[in-house]
Write a protein that binds this ligand. Sequence first.
Ligand SMILES: Cc1cc2nc3c(=O)[nH]c(=O)nc-3n(C[C@H](O)[C@H](O)[C@H](O)COP(=O)(O)OP(=O)(O)OC[C@H]3O[C@@H](n4cnc5c(N)ncnc54)[C@H](O)[C@@H]3O)c2cc1C
Length: 383
Amino acid sequence: MSESFPEIREAVRRLCADFPGEYWQRLDRDRAYPTEFVRALTEAGFLSVLIPEEFGGSGLGLSAATAVLEEIHRSGCNGGACHAQMYTMGTVLKHGSEEQKKNYLPKVASGELRLQAFGVTEPTAGTDTTRIRTFAKRDGDDFVVNGQKIWISRAEHSDLMVLLCRTTPREECKKPSDGMSVLLVDMREAVGNGLTIRPIRTMLNHATTELFFDDLRVPAKNLVGEEGKGFKYILSGMNAERILIASECIGDGRFFIDKASAYARGRSVFGRPIGENQGIQFPIARAYVQLSAAAEMVDKAARMFDEGHASGTEANMAKMLASEASWYAADMCVQTHGGFGFAEEYDVERKFRETRLYQVAPISTNLILSHVATHILELPKSF
Ligand SMILES: Cc1cc2nc3c(=O)[nH]c(=O)nc-3n(C[C@H](O)[C@H](O)[C@H](O)COP(=O)(O)OP(=O)(O)OC[C@H]3O[C@@H](n4cnc5c(N)ncnc54)[C@H](O)[C@@H]3O)c2cc1C
């Protein structure tokens, strides 16, 4: 099978070889951030592939970015600590003012500014984003923000955050999706001055947090685009996110298939390699078949995105297929390894926990099915 972007893939693999399983196991034990790994990716320019050349990036498309993330994950590493540095800037690039673009994008491209926190989810609203309650009230040259967010990843490792909040109460809007706005929050000034970050310990090492806003002042010049149109801006960035996450799932799936095949060839029980048994072979082959199909959908979605076509449905379908294929491969890989599937040093159990996330975040499978049912199949809406 020929691979796209072979040079990029080869360079990413070489970089990842410096960050072997023991590195990730240590971080996982301590729930620590992979600072050295993120620095290496930044210095190599892999996190700025989507930023146009005029702002200091390499101006490549989403397909190139999927190759980067897939290889990171195939190598046993994890891009979750920094993948948002690639795409969160898309909100500024697409909807920001010229001044915001000039101020921020070159520094995001060089890594001087980390723009990798994305604050949407709230504890009471859940997936129903129009019910968010974090409110930004205009006061002179500032907005004053009050409210709460949950599951905001990398907030402690970001200089800037793209924040979605209400600027008009839902009841006063024509449509529930009106009246929300995007603010760029400078975390270096905000923390301790109205913003409190509380880390959440989860089953995987993902640096995710809860945020509390208590009269946080954000300069009005940090409003991205027009007031009240934020929901649309956030939605447009979500397609890129879903396609990139899908490519991480493809990488995870390939990691599990590589690992399981090697183990099945080498492990002898009853006087023969376990891989000789079809009960072991077939699940590995099935994982490969499913993953290959999912990878085609990821490629298609990325291509459509790069060509400027509407790619929402394909992005959703790619994310769903890839996350399910990687989860099947993860489960198969544990089973193939028997007891060793549970041993930390094999990295299988860590990757198993890591890949499970993607059926829930950044969007859960039910919501994808609902999109396809109502938007494509014209079935009645249930909410
Ligand atoms: C580790 C981690 C990192 C995250 N990082 C970020 C981040 O950086 N920024 C951010 O904004 N968010 C982040 N999230 C939040 C993530 O996007 C949400 O958890 C996800 O979208 C699901 O929302 P929820 O948890 O509120 O689930 P809920 O909306 O409470 O839903 C719970 C379950 O019910 C199902 N469900 C809900 N309504 C329906 C319906 N009408 N029909 C059928 N099923 C339904 C859902 O599919 C889901 O399975 C992160 C989450 C995790 C766990």
